[in-house]
Design a protein around this ligand. Structure first.
Ligand SMILES: Nc1nc2c(ncn2[C@@H]2O[C@H](COP(=O)(O)OP(=O)(O)O)[C@@H](O)[C@H]2O)c(=O)[nH]1
Ligand SMILES: Nc1ncnc2c1ncn2[C@@H]1O[C@H](COP(=O)(O)OP(=O)(O)O)[C@@H](O)[C@H]1O
Length: 231
């Protein structure tokens, strides 16, 4: 189902989803496709933090060393930041990428919103290490490329703006190892939390998105059927 962006199907009501997965599992890549196709707003915690670092805000300066060392930003800071951005999207459907990353963050989100679907990208750590060392990012937009999988049209430059791509300071092999450890200890429990609490769907990337989620397939089918009947 790949309608043109300007032709994107709209959702009947407000649809709220979370995308999870280890660092480098493809959350940003998959989110870009989902949000472009279905017109959801995309909120990425990592992009928001990097925008703060780039703009040298007080928060950005405080959090930079934490991020560069592969540690998670403190829960209270992160939850306040994301929940305040979500309040501005109250009337929109959204896909949240990179938040929640701890059970405490999941609790904070749960108190404010009910999430319809949680997507989990399940990618082996060995694959991730290769992907992250060849990831190139356009920092202002959060667009990501990969030397092998998704190269930019002109090497080293963003396809849309022509601006230079960079390798993230936290994509070094040592920091990636630390981020994967943090994922195992702090973020995996969030998957258990959601498997108990909500309508949880696993998307193993190897089998492709469309096969894995009953709720999303239902959503895709209803959207397509709606369009067929209207047009
Ligand atoms: N080989 C391969 N690379 C991918 C795939 N999805 C994303 N990537 C690349 O893997 C890297 C990490 O993806 P990204 O979307 O930034 O992951 P995130 O850290 O979970 O948001 C980027 O360089 C992507 O271009 C995939 O399905 N296959
Ligand atoms: N929800 C969060 N809680 C705490 N720290 C976060 C959160 N989201 C992002 N960060 C910080 O920002 C870094 C980069 O996040 P992100 O861009 O989502 O990484 P990736 O896409 O590689 O998983 C994380 O390693 C962490 O330090």
């Amino acid at each position: 189902v790949r309608p043109a962006a300007q032709d994107a199907p709209t959702l009947g009501g407000i649809f709220r989803a979370v995308i999870m997965g280890p660092p480098g599992s493809g959350k940003g890549t998959v989110s870009a496709r989902i949000t472009k196709t279905f017109g959801l707003k995309h909120l990425s915690s990592g992009d928001i933090l990097r925008a703060n670092i780039n703009a040298k805000t007080e928060l950005g300066l405080l959090m930079k060393s934490c991020i560069d060392q592969g540690q998670l930003v403190p829960d209270d800071v992160m939850s306040r930041l994301i929940l305040s951005d979500l309040r501005a999207l109250d009337q929109s459907s959204w896909l949240l990428d990179g938040f929640p990353r701890t059970v405490s963050q999941a609790d904070a989100l749960d108190k404010a919103y009910s999430v319809d679907t949680v997507i989990n990208l399940n990618v082996p750590f060995q694959t991730i290490k290769q992907r992250l060392t060849s990831r190139w990012t356009h920092l202002p937009s959060g667009r990501v490329y990969n030397v092998d999988f998704n190269p930019p049209k002109v090497p080293g430059l963003d396809d849309v703006t022509g601006e230079p791509l960079v390798q993230r300071d936290d994509d070094t092999p040592e920091t990636v190892t630390r981020r994967l450890k943090a994922y195992e200890t702090q973020t995996e429990p969030v998957l258990e939390y959601y498997s108990r609490e909500t309508n949880y769907s696993v998307f193993p990337q190897t089998t492709g998105m469309c096969l894995a989620s009953v709720p999303l397939i239902f959503f895709l089918l209803t959207t397509v059927l709606e369009r067929l009947f209207i047009t």
